[in-house]
Write a protein that binds this ligand. Structure first.
Ligand SMILES: Cc1cc2nc3c(=O)[nH]c(=O)nc-3n(C[C@H](O)[C@H](O)[C@H](O)COP(=O)(O)O)c2cc1C
Length: 183
């Protein structure tokens, strides 16, 4: 049942992943799911860059260096944490949105469609019993220095993926009744 998968989907963080790499075919399954997100005027704005293997160390170095040069409150502890994190994952999928060149829909709709693509990936990861989560540090504003991004692309975060051997932790939500008004 889809509701069960939706309820079991959790943010599982890189420190919780096992060392076993995720197979690239599984990552491709995530993308297949992502690609079926709804999209106004069929702009299909989601773009993904896959970082894995040796490149994970490069990503950690880049993020840590960017942190050092952009923060006004430097902490050595945080620097080391940022640097080490990508290598705790099997794959890091950089989430980008490519703006329709003709701007036929508002930007928020392109971001919404990309977020729906990410939700599809996240649900697929849940079914495949992979750990994953969407991380959105402000550092991603600088990703064009790390990736061959186009000018009309915007980075919306990093989707960390790894094998996770434990049960999905229980989630917590406020009751839906508090958020719905029937007229
Ligand atoms: C757009 C978006 C950005 C997020 N960015 C972060 C983040 O930067 N750091 C973080 O710890 N979690 C981040 N999360 C994950 C949320 O913290 C998480 O979804 C929330 O705590 C609910 O937990 P659950 O995903 O296990 O249900 C993000 C989630 C979304 C949808």
């Amino acid at each position: 049942m889809i509701l069960k998968t939706i309820q079991q989907r959790r943010s599982i963080f890189p420190a919780q992943y096992s060392k076993e790499p995720v197979r690239n075919e599984q990552i491709e399954q995530l993308f297949e799911a992502a690609n079926w997100a709804p999209t106004h005027r069929k702009t299909e704005p989601w773009r993904f860059y896959v970082v894995t293997g040796d490149r994970l160390e490069n990503l950690g170095d880049f993020l840590a260096k960017t942190y050092r040069t952009t923060t006004d409150k430097f902490s050595e502890f945080k620097f080391e944490k940022i640097k080490a994190k990508p290598q705790q994952a099997s794959h890091v999928i950089v989430i980008c949105m490519e703006r329709d060149p003709k701007e036929r829909v508002p930007e928020w709709e392109e971001i919404a469609a990309t977020a729906m693509a990410v939700q599809n990936m996240w649900l697929m990861a849940t079914e495949l019993k992979l750990g994953s989560y969407w991380s959105s540090p402000s550092l991603v504003e600088h990703m064009e220095k790390f990736l061959p991004m186009k000018e009309n692309e915007k980075c919306l975060g990093l989707f960390y993926v790894g094998n996770y051997d434990d049960e999905s932790p229980r989630g917590v939500r406020q009751p839906i009744e508090n958020k719905v008004t029937w007229l």
